[in-house]
Design a protein around this ligand. Sequence first.
Ligand code: CA
Length: 429
Amino acid sequence: MTNATHDPARQSWIESANELGCDFPIQNLPFGVFEGEDGAGRIGVAIGRQVLDVTAAIETGALALEGEAACALCAESLNDFMALGPDVWHRVRVAIGDLLDAESPRQDRLVRPMVETVMRLPADIGDYTDFYAARHHATNVGRMFRPDGEPLMPNWLHLPVGYHGRASSVVVSGTDIMRPHGQLKPDDGPPAFGPCRLLDYELEFGAFIGTGNPMGSRVAIGEASDRLFGVVILNDWSARDVQKWEYQPLGPFNAKNFASTISPWVVTMEALEPYRSHGPARAADDPPLLDYLTPTGASRDAIDVQAVVTLSSAAMRGAGTAPVQLSRGTLADLSWSFAQMLAHHTSTGCPMRPGDLIGSGTVSGPEKESRGCLLELTWRGTEPIDLPDGTQRRFLQDGDELTIAAWCEREGAGRVGFGTCSGVVLPAN
Ligand code: CA
């Protein structure tokens, strides 16, 4: 349900937050961690083109919070705050909204320009799991990798397929990505070791777990949404040639463990409330869901987030050419919601902890322009993309900068943005 914090008419004394098309209006208030003058992490909230120093706001008394919420927000990461649950998150959102409201006194000493602020990972990510929840992506990949069989594996319609990823290689937007080495197996020869040749991106979103669950307990589907703290953009960089050779029978391993980039600002589930939707309907001949994965009541667990992926080669940036759009997608195209992923993940009693990250899997829709990675867009390299610098792309080249921007927009609710998630590919070392 929406509340006064979502009122689209509300404005802030930070003028840039009131501009049309702004990612971070007062209705958004996403949390992140920035580098303070002493080199330590500090919790901030994005507002317009400024960052509110939450710790300073608490210490000066401008933000009237006490007890565990105040303690958690003066930490170097968001984990402690994520652990406190939806009631506390809501109280803090209300308090920060009041502090930044146009009717409240200006407190310019509490904000700093975003452009001069160095962002860090928002949380200490203990565990990272990546799912495979978009039907069109799973179908396209199945067609390419198993042309003779059914594109969807028999389990796909019954459960959200995933694999345990590598939390240590999750980096914040702006971090350079080194082309990985790996074992590559050409179709007509023995395996060889060398730099990945088929480097790809994957347009995804990630959800941060807020309150965790003790080992041995299951998160019920009806409670799963309340356990989620918020959402970021995720680029799951992928070494397709490594993946093709290694993935059977245990799934992705080194193809996915060298880097995954996330956007720095965590847009809270409460800020996303006006943009919830039902998601794509299951087809008439799809099997029924088991009870533990069946949404309860009038659950609207999908979220209408729009995303655009752009690429800029080193030559294009040198010549001042604008980036080219590769694809666009929407998180509402996912067949499995984050709530279903969490219910399934914990169905064994697997403990989740505050700050754990779950990835959606590549977000692809039915049209060619909504394919969420180069593997699909160029159909395994057979349909290359022309760039303005005269070169072609089947997969990513050294020097390429890949950027994903995302936002929610709905009539009567205004717009909240995620900022961007970007990285430049460096040559293999
Ligand atoms: Ca992925």
